[in-house]
Design a protein around this ligand. Sequence first.
Ligand code: SAM
Length: 248
Amino acid sequence: MQFDVFTLFPEIFSSPLDASILKRARESGVLSVRLHNIRDYATDRHRTTDDTPYGGGGGMVMKPEPIFAAVKAAAGGEQGLPIILLSPQGRLLTQEVAGSLLHFPRLCLICGRYEGVDERVREHLVSDEISIGDYVLSGGELAALVLIEVVTRLLPGVLGDPAATFEDSHARGLLEYPHYTRPANWRGWEVPEVLLSGDHAAITRWRREQALRRTWQRRPELLQRARLTEQERLLLEQWQKETDNDTG
Ligand code: SAM
């Protein structure tokens, strides 16, 4: 999969792309990231990429011309190529959104800076806007890296154990169950006995119940969309009754 990233700060990408999973994915050819410096497409003597906002107010706004020129040079007129603006005003990046982006062999990511980009970029160039959360970063670069990382670990061949992503938090509507490793007893804190039992059916049941309980305790709103069995719904009702009794 190829990402074309448009940014004023390409240097931000070097370290994250050169370590761990993203590095391996690039080396194996599963992932390719092409960085395009928007400043290279500014045509005036000072290579200006931002200007003051019409209407007044503080801050600077990224000019449309270098962004349009950079995307045109990299993407030409490729039909159906998603051009995504990272923006706190975009739709929220979720595991589901990341999964839907996997269908595209190539994605363009535009990173804003300052007060953001001239609105005509959003209106006439961009096909999608994505936010990584309800907070404001100084630039779209870290958001682009988050998006690249989330999508890349879903690509076939990237993780050693592809099944690991099926159980991950948010993959199927629940948070993941807790993990333990050796030693089985450390400082008197013991690993739950079922995990040492070798009974795989019991372990699977325990994990599913733990995932359900954690989601119910920490992110109950996720349960509205999770696919649950009748038995799991009954379990939730039982936990809720127990809590109501304790607090009532
Ligand atoms: N003035 C803008 C607003 O209030 O909507 C915020 C601009 S922000 C300081 C500069 C750039 O950072 C944005 O254009 C966007 O590319 C990026 N950015 C900031 N927060 C983001 C978020 N939560 N998700 C994705 N990108 C974000």
